[in-house]
Design a binder for this molecule. Structure first.
Ligand code: HEC
Ligand code: HEC
Length: 285
């Protein structure tokens, strides 16, 4: 019995590495609404606070921000990247929202002081906003604002990372070192939390408090972030505790796995994570 189990486990580790993953795919979205959403995303006049989404999640960079930028009003949490956000099932550090539309509504209210009433009153006689929404046959109102931002978020998928090309059959799309990194990523169990095609975003995990010195630990369970594009979305963790990816991984190993990872393994995993950097979404061109 044990032997059969062993062989099964061996087969699983031999073949699991790439077979458990599928290349990330684009998500269908309404082009007109998404393009309207794009304009609104970058619009600093949208909020009475003169802040755009882009002020905190900078899409000229990697769709994320920093908690010490002086712009972010939530000085505890680091604005996570909005790239591939539609592949998350949970939103915000406390995973209190499970739906893209509710996420946008919460964000408008807490980060931008925009409520349905406030927005509808403000844009009722605002010719610029009327024109903008009318150009795609909609009236300027809160519901359409939310829908447009949701469609834009759906368009923010980063396709064709080297890892995705590898999964599609180009065996040379990633280096030998990255392939070792992928094996180690699964071997160390990183994939148990950073799981699925989005390498995260679907579950919560306890942050281990007992290693708080190196971990700058937050409280209790938090949303597991995506690792797609992680090589360009520093600083890391919700509180921006690390800017260096290797340091972050060392801390993760100590905090989440209770081990000190050999430097070669850290390097291999970093090399693998680099292959998760996808192409800039078309809508941003
Ligand atoms: C003042 C800065 C600020 C502005 C403006 C802002 N955000 Fe955020 N955003 C944050 C912070 C900080 C978080 C993390 C909050 C948390 O996890 O509790 C966040 C979280 C998010 C998340 C959830 C990310 C995740 O992985 O769960 C999304 C999506 C998002 N914002 C999109 C937007 C959009 C779209 C806009 C414009 C409508 C916007 N944000 C405006 C700071 C901001
Ligand atoms: C038990 C679940 C769990 C395991 C196992 C795990 N992680 Fe994480 N990881 C998390 C959570 C939760 C966070 C967010 C921590 C925070 O913000 O304080 C995170 C954050 C990260 C980050 C920072 C991402 C960002 O954008 O801020 C990286 C990089 C990372 N993990 C890599 C790894 C690697 C590599 C492994 C395997 C060696 C691993 N993780 C194992 C749960 C886990």
């Amino acid at each position: 019995m044990n032997k059969i189990f062993f062989i099964f486990a061996l087969l699983l580790t031999l073949f699991a590495d790439e077979n458990v993953y599928k290349p990330i795919a684009s998500i269908p979205y309404d082009k007109d609404l998404a393009n309207l959403g794009k304009q609104l995303y970058f619009d600093v006049n949208l909020s009475p606070k003169k802040l755009s989404c882009n002020s905190c999640h900078n899409l000229n960079l990697s769709g994320n921000g920093t908690n010490n930028s002086g712009i972010n009003t939530d000085n505890e949490n680091n604005p996570p990247t909005v790239l591939n956000i539609a592949y998350s099932n949970l939103f915000f550090k406390d995973a209190s929202i499970t739906d893209l539309k509710e996420q946008v509504k919460r964000t408008l209210k807490t980060d931008m002081d925009i409520t349905p009433k406030e927005f509808n009153n403000r844009v009722k006689f605002n010719v610029a906003y009327q024109k903008l929404f009318n150009s795609i046959g909609l009236s300027a109102n809160y519901d359409n604002l939310v829908n447009a931002l949701v469609e834009f978020e759906k368009a923010l998928v980063t396709l064709d990372s080297p890892f995705d090309l590898y999964l599609k059959g180009d065996k040379n799309a990633i280096s030998m070192q990255a392939k070792r990194g992928l094996k180690l990523f699964n071997f160390y169990g990183c994939s148990s939390c950073h799981n699925g095609n989005n390498f995260g975003g679907n579950i919560m995990a306890e942050i281990n408090k007992s290693f708080s010195v190196g971990c700058n630990v937050s409280d209790g369970k938090v949303k597991v972030p995506t690792l797609r594009n992680v090589t360009i979305t520093e600083p890391y963790t919700y509180i921006g505790a690390f800017v260096n990816l290797s340091d972050m991984i060392r801390a993760m190993s100590v905090c989440q796995l209770g081990i000190i990872m050999p430097d070669e393994d850290v390097d291999d995993i970093v090399e693998f994570l680099k292959t998760l950097e996808g192409k800039r979404p078309k809508i941003l061109e």
